[in-house]
Structure formats: C-alpha cells, structure tokens
Design a protein around this ligand. Structure first.
Ligand SMILES: [Fe+2]
Length: 250
C-alpha cells in the first residue's frame, strides 16, 4: 500500500497508531510519502529522536523536499540508488526522494520533484556573517517581520538548480513522459492560481510543472505546500494533515 500526506514540519504525531491505525497491517514494503516540508531542519537531538521513532514504524517513510528543508544537512547525506531513482538515506526506512527522479513502487511509476519558493520572506534574508546581524534581527523581531536567516532557516536550494531540471527532463525522456503519479511540494502554475490565493505565486518551478502537466501522461499529482486538503480536476491532490491511501483496492 502507498499512502500520501502533506507537510509534517517535524511534527510526526499524525503517524501515531492512534491517528493512523492502518499501520497495524503495514510492513516495510508499504510506503508513506510526505509531499515536502518533512522536518529535516536543525539536526537537533529532538529531530534525531523523531527520525528514530519513524524508522521504528512498520512502514517505510519517504519524502520530497520542500522550501522549509535544511539543504546543507540533506546535501551531506549519502546518495543511494533505490527502486530506480536517487535517494538520500536518512535512516534505513526514512528516505529523501531526490529531484527529477522516477521510482517504481508497488507497480506505480512515480516522478518526484521537491522544492518551492518561500512566501514568508517578504522582509528579507539575513546573513549570519553580517556585522550588523544582531541589531537587524532585533529590529525585525520587534515588528514581527517575515524574515529568515541564510543557512539557518532559509536555503537558496529551495528552488531546483539547472542540473535538477536537466535530470528531470532526462528521466522523463527515458520513460516517454509517462508515469502513474507525480509527487512534488508546489504545483503547476495553473493550479497555483486556484489554490495559492494572494500568498503564493508562480515561479520557474511552477512553470516547469505547468509544462509537465501539459506534456506528461499521469493519473494523479500529489502536492503539499499550500496547507490545505483539496482535490482539483479529479487528479491534482493537495494534501496537508490528511493521510490518503493513494492506491486503494479496486
Ligand atoms: Fe512549504
């Protein structure tokens, strides 16, 4: 079985047996995919505790990256080849599905591409090395500004690199732009216009997804980021805290 859910932001309580009783019948050959903003954040002891807790669950936990992901930590992890695509191995059964990959899981061909633009940075990105850093941070805190700190709470890599786009195109070419599902954090530009409201806009990644939407043959597109649970046009599935079985028995 494959389940999909939205942003967890390091809070994995939705995977408790109480909230997710279906896990009683799952094994490590069953999968739960998080559509970005999973919770690789500060490498703290608390974070390590929860990753161990997840690893002990009776299913395999998979995620794409989001905008709130620590790309310095992810970038240090070993890259493995798993079910046809590249993963960062966080724990034996906690894996980061990297960008532009095509995996085959339980007979489903799944294209993955994390990343998104942060929308909570209107007041800027502070550089920790800036001699004026403390004063500027104090001022921003005082007026409850929307700011982030480079390499602490914001990473340039939140949006894919040219190489990521090339990888995506190469892997989609290799499968004839035909997959069963797409899993991402943000969504195609045309869908952003519907779910994004005033807070979220289009960018290079959502435009790339718009191209994929037009060119690619797929059944379902699962995404997170916009903090809602909604189905659009019967196949674009925005998830937040809901856990959905993506391959229900017919
Ligand atoms: Fe996000």
């Amino acid at each position: 079985m494959i389940f999909v859910t939205g942003d967890t932001h390091g809070d994995f309580t939705r995977f408790s047996t109480h909230s997710f009783p279906e896990q009683r019948q799952l094994t490590k050959d069953d999968y739960v995919i998080v559509c970005g903003d999973f919770g690789i954040w500060d490498g703290s002891k608390q974070e390590q505790y929860w990753l161990d807790w997840l690893n002990d669950k009776p299913f395999t936990n998979l995620f794409v990256d989001g905008n709130h992901s620590n790309f310095d930590l992810l970038g240090q992890l070993p890259v493995g080849d798993w079910r046809g695509g590249n993963v960062h191995v966080i724990r034996d059964s906690v894996l980061h599905l990297m960008r532009g990959q095509v995996f085959v899981l339980a007979g489903k061909r799944i294209f993955t591409m994390g990343g998104a633009s942060s929308h909570d940075i209107d007041d800027g990105i502070l550089e920790p090395g800036d001699p004026d850093f403390k004063r500027r941070r104090r001022q921003l805190e005082k007026r409850r500004a929307h700011y982030r700190i480079n390499h602490i709470s914001w990473w340039r890599e939140e949006l894919p690199s040219d190489e990521d786009y090339e990888t995506a195109r190469r892997n989609l070419d290799a499968c004839g732009w035909k997959v069963d599902w797409i899993v991402s954090h943000c969504c195609p530009s045309g869908m952003v216009d519907i779910v994004g409201g005033e807070r979220y806009g289009r960018d290079r990644l959502t435009d790339f997804f718009e191209e994929i939407r037009e060119r690619c043959d797929f059944d379902y597109w699962f995404f997170g980021h916009y903090h809602g649970n909604r189905v659009l046009m019967q196949r674009y599935i925005l998830l937040y805290e809901q856990i959905l079985q993506a391959d229900p028995p017919k």
